[in-house]
Structures are given as structure tokens and as C-alpha cells.
Design a protein around this ligand. Structure first.
Ligand SMILES: Nc1nc2c(ncn2[C@@H]2O[C@H](COP(=O)(O)OP(=O)(O)OP(=O)(O)O)[C@@H](O)[C@H]2O)c(=O)[nH]1
Ligand SMILES: [Mg+2]
Ligand SMILES: [Zn+2]
Length: 295
């Protein structure tokens, strides 16, 4: 029997896509099946038994822990220029999480139509730092195609996930790429500080010989399983210096003797903004770690 890819999950079972016939069908799993401790994930390749039950999860190429999905070729971290306001802190945090899963990330800035020409030019030059440290940056917005065609080109025949804060326009972008997706989109609601998610579950959409993941946005992102000492190994721009400081247990905090990071900031190789984010996220990870040890 040919391989099937898990597109979505619901009360009736899993929607599976047959790679050979391109047909979609609904199947349940026989009992609880798992691979390396995780049950069926959207993106998994699975096998069916003779009665049509999912009986095996094939080895995964990778897994992203939040949102939970598997087997991506790369991930677009989606951040809006405005509404919600661009935050390099969130961007750095998300890139760190993806780097720790050993998945390639690209950056996608939405809603650039809300910037004046001058603001857009300034913003692009701010984002050139991220290009400099190895991330491709793409722009989209309403009323113009911006980088939409380039995006269409690089996602063809690939498995690509769009992840990011709620309301940044992930589902809108998927509809721009393919109106037939008919993804539900909504205004961003802020009720007592918490965003309301329009997309509720991870789904995989077949597209141009590949697949696209639409994912629910988050309102808060925690790096739960990180050790403070390891943060630098995954942090964008800083990871390249990991292990190069004078002391092997260097935490790269301000005024640390022999720290290469400080030197790199002085020579503009690491941005001061990103370093501020590193210090802030370091404190969060440290507090999380202390709580974990107490539990
Ligand atoms: N001006 C402008 N508005 C946009 C753009 N993209 C999306 N929006 C608006 O932003 C709001 C949220 O869009 P969604 O596509 O639902 O956002 P999402 O990221 O899928 O949100 P969740 O599903 O909750 O994670 C909607 O009102 C969209 O019309 C854009 O490029 N420019
Ligand atoms: Mg959505
Ligand atoms: Zn250091």
C-alpha cells in the first residue's frame, strides 16, 4: 500500500493524502500508535493495515514542538510589520526554538502595506541584519504582490510551515497563494490581553506538488525545555560564536571576561537589539529552569 501523509485530525479520524493517487480519505488509528514517544502528528507519513486503520508512523525527518508538526523542509516565521507591532524579541525567540529543532527558518514580514515608503525602506535596512546572519527575509502585504511570487517559487514541491503570533496574517497569506484554500481569517481580537486564535488546529494543505502547514497563532511563547547554558547554541546571530569564548561555561552576559559576544557587538557583527533580547530570554529560561528543578 502506498504512503499516506496526515493532513488534519478531527473527531472522525485523520484525513490522509495518498501521494500516488492524490486522493484524500479519512482513517482512524488502531489504538494509540506512536513514534519516539509522540502520537500521530500532522505532517507524518503513515502506513495502513489491511482494514484501513493507521498502523505505523514512518520515521520522521524532524519535529517542531510548538506548534506540533513534523517533516518540514523549512519554516516561515511570520511576523507583521504592524497590528500586531513587529517585535525582534518574538522573532529571536521563535528562531531560537526552530534552530533547536534543527529546522531551517526563513523570515516573512506581513502587512508592509501599513508602512509608508520611508518606513518600509528603514525597516528593510533594519532587517538586513537578519539576512547578514543567514536568514532569507520576505515581505508581503495587501494591494501589491511584494514577494508573493518569490515565495510561491521557493515553496513549490516542498513541505513548508507558516508559524507565528496570532493575527499576523498566516491564513491570509495562504489564501493569497491559493484562494481555493479558503482559510478562515479574522480581525485580531484582544480580550483582556489574550489574542483570540482564528486558526484552531494545525492543518496541512497540498500545494504545487508539495504541502503547506497553516498553524494556530500563539499569544505567548515559552522556551520550556531549554537550559540557560544552551540558549546561546541556538540563538540567531549568537550561535555562531557558541563555544568560542574564553571560558567554556560562558553565559555571554554583559561584562563577562573573555566573552566573544561582547566583542562581536562592538564590531557590529551582532545587533545590540538582539543581544538585549538574548539577555531577556536568558532570564526567562533561567527562571523556568529553577522552577523545573523545584517541581
Ligand atoms: N493590512 C493588512 N492586513 C492584513 C494582512 N494580512 C492579514 N491582514 C489582516 O490581519 C487579520 C488577521 O489575519 P489572519 O490571516 O486571520 O491571521 P493569522 O495569522 O492566520 O491568525 P491566527 O489564525 O489567529 O493565528 C485579518 O483582519 C486580515 O485581514 C496584510 O498583509 N495587510
Ligand atoms: Mg490563521
Ligand atoms: Zn561568551
Amino acid at each position: 500500500m502506498s504512503e499516506k501523509i496526515v493532513l488534519s485530525s478531527g473527531s472522525l479520524g485523520y484525513e490522509l493524502f495518498d501521494v500516488e493517487t492524490q486522493e484524500i480519505s479519512l482513517h482512524k488509528s488502531r489504538g494509540t500508535i506512536s513514534y519516539k514517544g509522540a502520537n500521530v502528528l500532522i505532517g507524518d507519513a503513515v502506513k495502513l493495515d489491511e482494514r484501513g486503520f493507521i498502523s505505523e508512523i514512518l520515521p520522521r525527518k524532524n519535529v517542531l514542538s510548538r506548534p506540533k508538526l513534523s517533516n518540514v523542509d523549512f519554516i516561515f516565521v511570520v511576523i507583521s510589520y504592524k497590528k500586531p507591532a513587529f517585535s525582534s524579541y518574538l522573532l529571536d525567540k521563535f528562531l531560537t526554538l526552530i534552530n533547536s529543532s534543527n529546522i531551517k527558518a526563513k523570515i516573512l514580514i506581513t502587512k508592509v502595506d501599513l508602512a509608508s515608503n520611508e518606513e518600509f525602506e528603514n525597516f528593510k535596512s533594519y532587517m538586513s541584519y537578519y539576512e547578514h546572519i543567514g536568514y532569507d527575509v520576505y515581505y508581503t502585504g495587501k494591494n501589491s504582490t511584494y514577494d508573493l511570487l518569490k515565495i510561491k517559487d521557493i515553496i513549490s514541491e516542498k513541505k513548508v510551515a507558516f508559524v507565528g503570533q496570532t493575527g499576523v496574517g498566516k491564513s491570509t497569506l495562504l489564501n493569497q497563494l491559493c484562494p481555493d484554500f479558503n482559510r478562515k481569517i479574522d480581525e485580531l481580537y484582544i480580550n483582556s490581553g489574550r489574542g483570540r486564535h482564528t486558526t484552531k488546529e494545525v492543518v496541512l494543505l497540498p500545494f504545487n506538488g508539495g504541502f503547506l502547514f497553516d498553524t494556530p497563532g500563539f499569544s505567548q511563547l515559552e522556551l520550556k525545555d531549554f537550559k540557560p547554558i544552551d540558549l546561546a547554541a541556538y540563538f540567531p546571530g549568537i550561535k555562531e560564536y557558541y563555544g568560542k569564548c574564553h571560558f567554556v561555561d560562558c553565559l555571554h552576559l554583559p561584562n563577562t571576561k573573555g566573552c566573544q559576544i561582547e566583542k562581536a557587538i562592538l564590531s557590529n557583527m551582532i545587533s545590540a537589539d538582539s543581544y538585549k533580547n538574548y539577555c531577556k530570554i536568558y532570564e526567562e529560561v533561567k527562571i523556568n529552569d529553577i522552577w523545573k528543578k523545584k517541581l
